[in-house]
Design a protein around this ligand. Sequence first.
Ligand SMILES: C[S@@+](CC[C@H](N)C(=O)[O-])C[C@H]1O[C@@H](n2cnc3c(N)ncnc32)[C@H](O)[C@@H]1O
Length: 287
Amino acid sequence: MAVELTGVPETMLWTLWFRAAEARRPDTVLADPEAVRAVERTDFPFRERFGPPHELMAQQMALRAAAFDAVTREFLDAYPEGTVVALGEGLETSYWRVDNGRLHWLTVDLPESLALRTRVLPAAPRQRTLACDARDPRWLDGLDPDAGVLVTAEGLFMYLRPAEVRDLIRACAERLPGGGLVFDAVPRWFAARSRRQQLRMPTGWTAPPMPWGMDADQRPALRRVHPAVAEVREVPLPPGRGLFWGRLAPWAAGTPQLGRLWPTVTLLRFGSRRRTTGRAGEEADET
Ligand SMILES: C[S@@+](CC[C@H](N)C(=O)[O-])C[C@H]1O[C@@H](n2cnc3c(N)ncnc32)[C@H](O)[C@@H]1O
């Protein structure tokens, strides 16, 4: 069955195309055989639509995924049976890269995107899918924060409005005490270019408008989005291969002037529930 996705849902094929191209290399920075198989199983004119996979972009997608995997593995070290909620997961294959045999996984995406995901990726043990808009807090129902919950939003927030990003962070902070949220952001200049329809590939395909962008130096302000945001942490991309991703990019990302113009990955940690102490009415914060 040919794939007919447009707008933001189609971007899940874009990121998959690049991740799979990188994964095919013998010297890949991210082993991802499931992504390669997903491209082979998908009846979609990847090359005609997106063009040949550019090596630097392919590596960037893989390094971004590797940064998310590192956060997920760290979470699973603390909560081996915890739940990872992957918002806007598209055709991301992180489950197969990080599965420890005990984790629980909830994939949340729009119905049309999930319809494709369930066709081209195998069903996996301990993995559920929920057709739900990430802006609808229904996906938070039934999660047990005491058992450990990490929410991932890879390649999603740029497609939401600024107020929707803030509401989503607030909902997580309120409903997931002790939990975490990891997401990536494009810098504001890049989001602005997308809104002017200037992110155009030589094939003519143009990235959809990105209403939300965040510069790296705006990151500390996330602490003020909700009182339960206890920690805001930069998640650096691992160094990659070659001069650009191996040397220049890590150097530029660590430089204030250039770093603020760079895409970022951020981890928010939420404070644990307030508990009452022995004395009546007195509370202690567990964070
Ligand atoms: C750029 S793709 C990212 C896919 C995947 N996370 C990755 O990194 O390869 C954007 C994804 O977000 C999903 N998405 C967009 N808006 C959404 C929303 N409001 N709620 C849930 N998912 C959404 C799309 O369907 C798509 O799967």
